[in-house]
Design a protein. Structure first.
Ligand SMILES: *Cc1c(COP(=O)(O)O)cnc(C)c1O
Length: 434
């Protein structure tokens, strides 16, 4: 799961005492474990080694360039969804031929930037987008590769509506019927070579089955397309592999791979390239968010624990109804958690809402949550916050963003400094007539 564990009632990130770290760095802070990040990447790479995939880490899940660099150094490609993410991928030293670029609204400037960078594939989301990228490539006298994003019309019933993307009714990709016409129409373009199929059915997906259904449909489509003379050289099966928000909730990488790999073998044997786009399964358990208790407040029969972090630093609870295990960083022996779950059964727990300082009733990290007794000044750890945490943070209510710290064994390094008030107004300091 991860390297955030209690020793004698004190939470450590690898070999770094979190309370000591908070003394030096202040709160709130994001803390990442190198060992966890690399471990999740390595397990995925090993699990799928038989089909030797390009593993394009999804930058949008957690984009700090120092974390991306650790993965790029291990051979990861990058999955980007904007010019800004492509810029991050470049700073991280990722190989551009291993970059895939997804997203329904790529601008002309972003398309030019990606063609210049010579990325591996554009994931194509619509006819209009194909025509635009092809025209820009032609203007530039360049050639680019396109992977048509196909919407296989499958979904994991456990996936939240806001993160389900594999159904017909989402804005992403085209359905199978339209994919056939797409290839008929655009499949022979010289500048944007449509030579791959892209799937991404949503996230998180807690079993191999939806992938199996989607890949089966994609392979049938590829067979048909090949019979019609189209060359399909790559199949991108997307991301969405789950993470342990609760102990052992997510299948192991090997569990997904066991069911998926046999399907991919023939395609791979025939010289095809397999692409994966994992984000959260690598990043989520690699990071935690640490906040300090400011006040305890009773409201009717409800107890509120008010901390110095909230929806502005981690929006998942309010945006997706997401569960994050939250626990004090220092606890009595009886309250050392034996696992992370929604229902903790130790003696002496108190049910609380854990809320932030933002002026929104949606500013909560947890509701009706059993928690050991805490007091003003105590630290709380929000676990499994590495993915879709810092990247979705904001300056709402003019609160500076927290720093990011990378732990490697007993070493801790500030990889993004805490914002200061000047950062909040820097872009407003000068005005220009336009
Ligand atoms: C968000 C996204 C991913 C990564 O999803 P995870 O759940 O973080 O693995 C992969 N591919 C595409 C196209 C995405 O939009």
């Amino acid at each position: 799961m991860d390297a955030f564990n209690y020793r004698n009632g004190q939470l450590f990130a690898e070999d770094v005492n979190i309370d000591d770290l908070a003394q030096r760095v202040g709160t709130p802070m994001y803390v990442y474990s190198r060992k966890t990040l690399e471990g999740h990447y390595d397990r995925l790479a090993q699990a799928f080694a038989e089909v030797d995939p390009i593993i394009c880490y999804s930058i949008k899940s957690c984009g700090n360039i120092h974390l991306c660099k650790l993965l790029a150094d291990r051979g990861a490609g990058m999955d980007v969804v904007s010019g800004g993410e492509l810029y991050r991928a470049q700073l991280a030293g990722a190989s551009m031929s291993k970059v895939v670029y997804a997203g329904v609204g790529k601008t002309d400037a972003e398309i030019r930037q990606a063609i210049e960078a010579k990325i591996g594939w554009f994931n194509i989301e619509s006819e209009a987008e194909f025509e635009n990228i092809a025209a820009i490539a032609k203007q530039m006298g360049a050639k680019a590769n396109g992977a048509l994003r196909v919407n296989p019309d499958v979904a994991d019933p456990k996936t939240h509506a806001k993160t389900a993307t594999g159904k017909k009714e989402t804005k992403f990709g085209v359905d199978i019927e339209r994919a056939r016409r797409f290839f008929e129409h655009y499949g022979r373009d010289k500048h944007l070579r449509l030579n791959a199929i892209h799937l991404h059915i949503g996230s998180p997906i807690y079993s191999a089955e939806p992938y199996v259904l989607a890949i089966t449909k994609a392979l049938e489509l590829i067979d048909e397309l090949r019979k019609q003379g189209h060359e399909i050289t790559a199949l991108d099966i997307g991301g969405g592999f789950a993470a342990d928000y609760e102990s052992s909730a997510a299948p192991e990488a090997a569990t997904y791979a066991k069911d998926i790999i046999p399907l991919l073998h023939p395609f791979k044997k025939a010289g095809g390239t397999i692409i994966l786009e994992p984000g959260r399964t690598i990043a989520a358990n690699s990071g935690v968010l640490i906040g300090r208790v400011q006040y305890i407040k009773m409201g009717g029969s409800k107890k509120f624990v008010i901390v110095d972090t909230g929806m502005h630093h981690l929006i998942r609870p309010t945006l997706y109804d997401a569960f994050h295990f939250i626990w004090p960083t220092k606890v009595a022996p009886m309250h050392v958690p034996t696992g992370r779950s929604k229902t903790m059964t130790q003696q002496g727990l108190e049910t609380s809402d854990i809320v932030g300082p933002i002026c929104e009733s949606g500013d909560f990290l947890a509701k009706d949550r059993p928690l050991p007794p805490v007091a003003r000044g105590d630290l709380l750890c929000v676990f499994t916050a590495g993915a879709y945490g810092m990247v979705m943070s904001s300056n709402y209510n003019a609160v500076p963003r927290p720093p990011e710290v990378l732990v490697d064994g007993s070493k801790a390094t500030l990889i993004r400094k805490r914002e200061v008030y000047e950062d909040l107004v820097a872009a407003e300091r000068t005005t220009t007539a336009v």
